[in-house]
Design a protein around this ligand. Structure first.
Ligand code: ZN
Length: 168
């Protein structure tokens, strides 16, 4: 089974509808609400809506688990200095796949799905979400290029209730 350009037609059709009423042109790329959010790639999360923001308001960085990785720090440094970020939220969530398995279990599952060995693949599993959040918040707060004036909070998002709870 090869792939063809037509494989994305449904999404492109939806995009043309989106563009028909598009009103975000001429927008700059700064965070108009002064907010940056680091959160998980999980499809149950809607990072802007969960805190009452809209496109243009915030910088969003997502990865498996919502971890403060070197690339997340890169985004936050850019955000703090060039994009008007004044508050940073780090938001892992309940029932996250990255804290439901060990790295070996994930490697086994992916290996079985792929039909090839996956033991070389790094997966950023989280054993203790709160301990990881604490580490991540420290990483942001102690980063030499993130000013002390930037406020940093650690939160847990509940995928069953939609509620955010501040932990740090
Ligand atoms: Zn997750």
């Amino acid at each position: 089974m090869g792939q063809s350009f037509g494989d994305f037609d449904d999404l492109l059709a939806a995009n043309r509808e989106f563009a028909a009423t598009f009103d975000l042109s001429g927008f700059d790329g700064i965070a108009h609400a002064g907010v940056a959010i680091v959160t998980c790639m999980d499809s149950r999360l809607d990072p802007l809506n969960m805190v009452g923001l809209k496109p243009g308001d915030a910088k969003i960085f997502r990865n498996p688990g919502g971890r403060v990785t070197p690339q997340a720090l890169e985004a936050l440094v850019l955000g703090a200095h060039l994009l008007h970020v004044e508050r940073i939220l780090v938001v892992p969530h309940t029932r996250c796949a990255m804290s439901a398995s060990t790295e070996q279990e994930l490697r086994d599952k992916i290996g079985a799905s792929a039909g090839v060995d996956a033991d070389w693949q790094f997966f950023s599993v989280v054993e203790d979400q709160l301990a990881a959040l604490e580490e991540d918040i420290q990483r942001v707060r102690t980063h030499p290029l993130i000013p002390n004036s930037v406020l940093v909070g650690g939160f847990m998002y509940d995928v069953d209730t939609g509620l955010l709870e501040q932990k740090l």
